[in-house]
Design a protein around this ligand. Structure first.
Ligand SMILES: C[S@@+](CC[C@H](N)C(=O)[O-])C[C@H]1O[C@@H](n2cnc3c(N)ncnc32)[C@H](O)[C@@H]1O
Length: 157
């Protein structure tokens, strides 16, 4: 599960618990943003770097049976038990092609910081957005990391 760009070790035994904690912390805010964008029944969504799939499942509830959610991750171990309209795809977002101009919403949370170069990653995600659709990217402001934990070896990376 090594990656040249992903800072964290995905062989971490509690990786599922770590990702579930992120979902507990951020999902409510994410879904408020999705609602503000007007995503609704019948829409097509791409959940990039889907983690445990909690956002993919919440999107599936919003887009309903006529909608579609594609959940992509390079580690699909935790993308199980999802609603029928969620398609899970194992792919590396830096190298594997995404469907072009297909989605009303492309959402990436806590992902782009790990993808280098960031600008290329953003271009790849943006290319998947359909005309009139949205690219929603949520990231932590890492510029403060050295003040919170100056000696952590991950900070410079
Ligand atoms: C910090 S987790 C965030 C998970 C989820 N987006 C969330 O906010 O709960 C980052 C996720 O991105 C995935 N990821 C990292 N690099 C990737 C890549 N190059 N291609 C696809 N997925 C990647 C990881 O496997 C992991 O599931």
């Amino acid at each position: 599960m090594d990656s040249p760009t992903y800072v964290l070790n995905q062989a971490f035994p509690s990786e599922r618990a770590r990702l579930e904690a992120l979902a507990r912390l951020w999902d409510a805010g994410t879904m408020r943003l999705v609602e503000e964008l007007g995503i609704g029944p019948g829409n097509r969504c791409l959940e990039a770097g889907a983690g445990t799939g909690s956002v993919a499942a919440a999107l599936a509830a919003i887009v309903g049976a006529e909608g579609r959610v594609l959940a992509v991750d390079r580690d699909t171990r935790f993308l199980d038990d999802l609603p029928a309209q969620v398609e899970v795809r194992h792919a590396d977002l830096l190298t594997d092609d995404l469907p072009a101009a297909q989605f009303d919403l492309v959402h990436a949370r806590l992902l782009v910081a790990h993808l280098h170069p960031h600008r290329d990653a953003l271009h790849r995600l943006a290319a998947a957005v359909a005309p009139g659709g949205w690219l929603l990217v949520e990231e932590v402001d890492w510029t403060y990391a050295d003040r919170v934990e100056p000696d952590a070896p991950s900070t410079p990376r």
